[in-house]
Design a protein around this ligand. Sequence first.
Ligand code: NAP
Length: 345
Amino acid sequence: MSDVHDLVVAGSGVAGLSAAVYAARADLDPLVLEGDEPGGQLTLTTDVENYLGFPDGVGGMELIQRGRDQAERFGAEFRHGSIEAADLDGRPMELSLSTGETLRTRALVVATGASARWVGADGEDELMGYGLSTCATCDGAFHRGDDVLVVGGGDSAMEEALFLAKFADSVTVLHRRADLRASEIMAERAREHDDIEFAWNTELVAIHGSTEEGVTGATVVSHPDGHPAETYEAGGDVTMDELDVGGVFYAIGHEPNTEFFRDTAVELDDSGYVQTAGGGDAWATTETAVDGVFAAGDVMDPDYQQAVTAAGTGSMAALDAETWLEAAPLDSAQPAVPVPSEADD
Ligand code: NAP
């Protein structure tokens, strides 16, 4: 039987690293699972200019490496793998990893993040971080004077387009249908902006450029019935255009990485984000519906999703876990979630 850890931190993005620094400094010897995307979303961006304390900006990779060095300096241990299944009912909790290993832990901080959906256009793997981005707040300022595309028709796409319009010469929103999903207020703001145009019933099929030059163009297809990429892939008749653009931004939603929580008592909202005990007077907690399980960063935050807020909630989760561990019985065989008795029926 493996050792019982005091604290496992799942995820090595900025939230997980921040939790690891705090937990390691509190002598909790955290074990950090690197996850499927070690370093998280910051590793997909080039320079981060809005993280406090770096007046000249800092590379996303560098920020993550510095965070990791900092956590290791205080004794955090890092291990490959991600959680595939979790048994949170017993004490200790058991985590089955992608590596085949099973970990036992008294407390868990989940900082597994949310992954931006990608379109699937040709060239996106090579150009992500080189003119193709999933975060206008992070990368918009690099596109002063460019013509840029935003893909999506929801509130995120409107928000990205409005933000990018501060820098870019023109912003074209590509939407696969003719009706926006965005709220009316956001849609109206974007529609009324002089520098934002809409390409309806249009989808991106390829992005052109190189890691040296960045994005230089895009191929888009249109069809009056909408969802043109499907028609195109099926060999149907679509209008194809080559656009001369210097940047492409994906805003087609995020998916929180919470698959392994599906069969547990941790509460998720309809989109899969972990629900923490928040709201009203109790907003400042990272507790989940399961005792001893805490959540931090994008996995519990569908709204802000910034590096600095993820670092903040990461530190909160470690502090909450520390307080919880101090009060929790060391060798308790109590279930983590009260099992309903017949009297509760
Ligand atoms: P969303 O509402 O799910 O919208 C995603 C958009 O991307 C939809 O228009 C969808 O098209 C399109 N899309 C999805 N997959 C696509 C694909 N493979 N190719 C092309 N287009 C694709 O996601 P979101 O905009 O990120 O918003 C998520 C939630 O956060 C929403 O509840 C939103 O209101 C909220 N939010 C609020 C604010 C704000 O109030 N300031 C800002 C951002 C987000 P279809 O419409 O055809 O499905």
